[in-house]
Design a protein around this ligand. Structure first.
Ligand code: NAI
Length: 248
C-alpha cells in the first residue's frame, strides 16, 4: 500500500496537524495522494509543517476547534480553496491532568470543549457537506484512556470515552449516506504530550506493553491512512487500539 496513491484527488482535514501524531497523519495521508488541510491554533507553525509534506495543494488554517463558528468557517474555507473534503481526522487534543478533587472547573471545561466538543464541531461542519456527496471518512483520535480510565485524568478519560460514543453514533447516523466514522485509540506514543514522562515511568509502562516499547506517531498514522482509504470501505463504528497490545 505504501507506494499506492489511494487517496489521490481527495482533501483531508487534520486538526492539530502541525506536530506529533497529527503531523505524522498529515504526512501519511499526503503520501497517499490527498491534499492536506492542516487546522491548528498556531497558524505559523501549521504553515511551517506544510513544507515537509509530499505533493502539492496543501494548506494551513488557523482555527480553535472548541469554537463552533470558527470550525464552520474553516471547513467552508477548505472547500472553496482546496475542494470537497473527503477525509476528516479529529486529532486536536489537550490534557489538564490532576486528581479529581483538585480538578478546577476550567480544567474540566477546556478538556471537554476541545477533545469532545472540537470533534463534534468539526464533524457537524464537514458531515453536512459529505452527506450531499454521499461519501466521506471521519477518523477520531481517541485514547486507550477512554477505554480504561486513569487516576488523575478523569476529564481526559471522559472526553475520550465521549468520543467513542460520538464515533458510533455518527457511524450509525451517516452510514446510509456512505460516510464512515471510526476511532483510533493510541496507547503511549512518543510526542510532546508524553515528553515529560520520567524514564522510570516509561520503564514501568513498557512492562505493561507486550510489544515492549512506546509507540511512534507513524504507528498511529498508518492505521489512520488505512481507515481513510478504500481498503476500509466496509469498516465503520470501530475503535481500533494502537497500543502495542497493552489493552486486550
Ligand atoms: P500534541 O500536544 O503534540 O498535539 C496536539 C495538537 O492539537 C497540537 O498541534 C495542538 O496545537 C492541537 N490543538 C490543541 N488544542 C487545539 C484547539 N483548541 N484547536 C486546534 N488545535 C488544537 O499531542 P499528540 O500526542 O500528538 O496528540 C494528538 C492526539 O492524540 C490527541 O487527541 C491526544 O489526546 C491523542 N493521544 C495521544 C497519545 C500520546 O501518547 N501522545 C496517546 C493517546 C491519544
Amino acid at each position: 500500500m505504501s507506494n499506492a496513491r489511494e487517496l489521490a484527488g481527495g482533501v483531508a482535514i487534520v486538526t492539530g496537524g502541525s506536530r506529533g501524531i497529527g503531523l505524522a497523519v498529515s504526512g501519511s495521508l499526503a503520501r497517499g495522494g490527498a491534499r492536506i488541510a492542516i487546522v491548528a491554533r498556531d497558524a505559523e507553525r501549521a504553515a511551517g509543517a506544510l513544507d515537509g509534506l509530499e505533493g502539492d495543494g496543501h494548506a494551513a488554517y488557523s482555527c480553535d476547534v472548541s469554537d463552533s463558528r470558527a470550525c464552520k468557517k474553516t471547513v467552508a474555507a477548505v472547500e472553496s480553496g482546496q475542494g470537497p473534503v473527503s477525509i476528516l481526522v479529529n486529532n486536536a487534543g489537550i490534557t489538564r491532568d490532576n486528581i479529581l478533587l483538585r480538578l478546577r472547573d476550567d480544567d474540566w471545561a477546556q478538556v471537554i470543549a476541545t477533545n469532545l466538543g472540537g470533534s463534534f464541531n468539526m464533524v457537524r461542519a464537514a458531515a453536512r457537506r459529505m452527506m450531499k456527496r454521499r461519501s466521506g471518512s471521519i477518523i477520531n483520535i481517541t485514547s486507550v484512556i477512554g477505554l480504561m480510565g486513569n487516576a488523575g485524568q478523569a476529564n481526559y478519560a471522559a472526553s475520550k470515552a465521549g468520543l467513542h460514543g460520538l464515533t458510533k453514533s455518527v457511524a450509525k447516523e451517516f452510514a446510509s449516506r456512505n460516510i464512515r466514522c471510526n476511532a483510533v485509540a493510541p496507547g503511549f506514543i512518543r510526542t510532546d504530550m508524553t515528553a515529560d514522562l520520567d524514564e522510570s515511568v516509561v520503564d514501568a509502562l513498557k512492562e505493561r506493553i507486550p510489544l515492549a516499547r512506546l509507540g511512534e506517531p507513524d504507528d498511529v498514522a498508518g492505521v489512520v491512512r488505512f481507515l481513510a482509504g478504500p481498503e476500509a470501505r466496509y469498516i465503520t463504528g470501530q475503535i481500533i487500539t494502537v497500543d502495542g497490545g497493552m489493552v486486550m
